[in-house]
Design a protein around this ligand. Structure first.
Ligand code: GUN
Length: 298
């Protein structure tokens, strides 16, 4: 009987733990040398339960690596001017090395205006146009956490990207667009030939089947089936969805990829949960450490 081949699991939880250990050692070293303790602040507007969970996780993770963290909680009906004042305060607060404004924001607020008001030197989310521009030009700066986490996974698993066909599903500012740029730039990982697919792409499966590396950030639960994936492909799943399940919680988590099916076809695959997700916070902490060390801005 021949043994059925299954994909190697890319263990984001384990890699994130390793990255956080490395950060923790560097934070301890900074404190030993009498530098200020790195400080990450977060701004959260309103009571969005998912945002509350994310911010609480970021706060806890920062503390676990020895950083200081603080959270600014603002009401749902805050005006844009008041939010901009909080950003100005954080820009000028010498004790804060980096901060994030958790998204989404309520409809009365112009997100681009808010992101544009953050001092690029403190923009550890890497969302400010200056940091996005630096990434596009290949200059040192903050790269947003999810794409940076994907690149770190490819690097630590020694996955060859040079000359490969990478297909990215999704073109969001947070994931699809930046990861497509990082995969095509002259670097390792990188040097891939990149195709970006999105909601207007026709015959999407023709592209997904041609991918050596398939990065799925399309926001549709279990959209990618086995017959859409090339044998031996590397599949990176950025999606995270709650789907109804017959268990205590009433739901389970699933990605954009039908994991059980695709794991039989792919060479490597990230699970959900435990793949890209845990890397996001680890890379945010890495950016905060860079901010404290003034690596990119004086
Ligand atoms: N909302 C969803 N993902 C993110 C993120 O990475 N940063 C911020 N600030 N908000 C988010």
């Amino acid at each position: 009987m021949t043994k059925k081949k299954t994909a190697k699991i890319i263990d984001g939880k384990a890699v994130a733990a390793k990255v956080k250990e490395e950060i923790k050692a560097q934070v301890a070293d900074m404190i030993d040398k009498h530098f200020d303790t790195p400080h990450l602040a977060a701004v959260i507007v309103g009571e969005n339960p998912a945002s509350q969970t994310y911010v609480a996780s970021k706060e806890k993770a920062a503390q676990r690596v020895g950083m200081t963290s603080s959270v600014y909680r603002l009401p749902q009906d805050i005006t844009e001017d008041e939010l901009l004042k909080t950003i100005e305060f954080l820009n000028n607060d010498r004790e804060v090395d980096g901060f994030i404004v958790q998204l989404p924001l309520p409809p009365q607020i112009d997100v681009d205006k808010v992101i544009g008001a953050i001092d690029p030197a403190k923009d550890v989310d890497g969302f400010h146009p200056v940091n996005v521009g630096k990434m596009v030009l290949g200059e040192p700066g903050y790269v947003s956490a999810t794409p940076a986490g994907i690149m770190e996974l490819l690097k630590r698993y020694h996955i060859k990207t040079e000359g490969k066909h990478c297909v990215v599903l999704g073109r969001s500012n947070i994931v699809g667009t930046p990861v497509s740029i990082l995969m095509s730039r002259k670097a390792n990982p990188g040097n891939a030939t990149v195709t970006v697919c999105h909601s207007k792409t026709e015959n999407i499966e023709e592209y997904t089947r041609a991918a050596d590396i398939l990065i799925c950030a399309i926001g549709r639960p279990r959209f990618i089936k086995a017959d859409m994936v090339k044998q031996g492909a590397v599949v990176i799943d950025v999606g995270i969805h709650r789907i109804p399940a017959d268990n205590e919680k009433g739901y389970r988590l699933a990605g954009d990829v039908d994991f059980d099916e695709v794991a039989k076809i792919a060479a490597y695959i990230t699970p959900v949960p435990g793949g890209v997700g845990p890397m996001t916070i680890a890379m945010l902490l890495k950016n905060t450490l860079s901010a404290a060390k003034k690596e990119f801005y004086r």
